[in-house]
Design a protein around this ligand. Structure first.
Ligand SMILES: *Cc1c(COP(=O)(O)O)cnc(C)c1O
Length: 375
């Protein structure tokens, strides 16, 4: 069909819901689960993924930017939506119009919210973002008491939560997680002595590795999409952890050709055949999220076998070696991410070859290709 690309990302709502339920099963019954759906749900389509999580019982969602939260609301998502990265003062109306919850870390944004609340005769709930070791956004713990003093004086604002983030919870051995959590526990005490609020710090790594840090709510991202943040290549997450990768990425062989020994392949001729070689040409390049770093490194599945990338990855094309896959022919399915026959390529496998993490692989594929959805 003229509207369809050769390349297709498929996303399974059953997998997303399995993963949500799995995370629920890992936390105590009274601990809430926020589904992190920023970055278009790590490439899984935020509105569609949020609906899948909502159908599984989720009613709290987290995004980075305000515009993402508005997109969720316009897409029909109800429940609480957290905006993590703050906002510009002139955008403050949106929080009221769409009933959104900001995480705040500056007096100016608190004042802007307060002014709008007073004008419209309403109140707004806010969570305070604290920096307990990530060295990223947030109020430093030692400045928290003063910050609360000034915010408390503003009318129309209800302080209902405090949050922080772990830099290393993907590593079960990390000492920084214990240390960060000790600092956060003090922050929680400060908050709870003064306000009726909730505390949250645990991301997927902490959900899986540090059960003592779950507090009142956890914020799960990568685990919802089926991956362990520790990044374990060549690992069958389904049987071993209860998480099911929700995304696959498939394409088609355009052409198969045979070249003599000594032939250079693709830009820069960085691969020279060392035998008579059958090459399959695939319509996937870095524009489709298949990083150029995977030149001469990546693998795809064709007819249930692994075919290595030969030469540089182009903008829209790459080549693989199918000399040992004698039946390979134009029109064959090529799997970049997912399972074919008995073989599987996971986002961790690709990430390992890129020197990256599964998160980036999912964002790259999901946000650069047509997506289809499977119930
Ligand atoms: C993205 C994000 C998360 C989720 O992290 P995962 O490692 O994907 O579980 C949690 N909290 C904040 C503030 C985030 O930005």
């Amino acid at each position: 069909m003229e509207n369809n690309s050769y390349n297709c990302v498929t996303i399974s709502s059953a997998a997303l819901q399995n993963n949500y339920n799995y995370i629920k099963s890992q936390v105590a019954a009274d601990v809430k689960v926020m589904a992190m759906v920023k970055a278009d749900a790590y490439g899984h389509d935020m509105v569609w993924a949020a609906k899948a999580f909502a159908d599984a019982g989720c009613d709290i969602f987290g995004v980075a930017e305000l515009c993402e939260a508005v997109r969720l609301r316009k897409g029909g998502i109800s429940g609480r939506i957290f905006v993590m990265l703050g906002f510009e003062d002139d955008a403050v109306d949106s929080f009221f119009e769409h009933d959104l919850t900001p995480a705040i870390y500056s007096y100016d944004s608190a004042r802007a919210l307060s002014e709008k609340a007073l004008q419209s005769g309403t109140r707004i709930d806010v969570h305070i973002k604290v920096d307990t070791g990530m060295s990223r956004l947030g109020v430093m713990p030692e400045a928290l008491a003063d910050f609360l003093d000034t915010i408390e004086g503003l009318q129309g604002i209800s302080i209902v939560g405090v949050m922080s983030h772990f830099p290393e919870s993907d590593n079960p051995e990390s000492g920084s997680t214990e240390k960060g959590f000790a600092a956060f526990s003090k922050v929680c005490t400060t908050l709870k002595n003064r306000f009726k609020g909730v505390c949250h710090i645990a991301n997927s790594g902490a959900v899986l590795n540090f059960p003592n840090t779950h507090c009142d709510m956890v914020r799960a991202g990568i685990a919802l999409y089926g991956y362990n943040p520790s990044g374990i290549p060549h690992f069958d997450s389904l049987s071993a952890t209860g998480l099911i990768p929700a995304m696959s990425f498939r394409s088609k062989v355009l052409q198969v050709k045979t070249f003599p020994e000594g032939t250079g392949i693709s830009y820069g001729l960085t691969y020279i055949t060392h035998r008579k070689t059958r090459i399959a040409v695939l319509p996937v390049g870095y524009e489709d999220g298949y990083s150029r770093i995977l030149s001469n490194r990546g693998e795809v599945l064709i007819r249930g076998q692994r075919a290595p990338i030969r030469g540089r990855i182009c903008m829209n094309i790459c080549m693989v070696d199918v000399t040992d896959i004698s039946e390979a022919a134009a029109g064959d399915e090529a799997v970049f991410l997912g399972t074919q026959g008995a073989e599987t390529i996971t986002a961790d496998d690709i990430a390992e070859k890129m020197g990256s993490i599964s998160y980036e692989v999912l964002c790259l594929f999901g946000n650069n290709n047509q997506r289809v959805y499977r119930e």
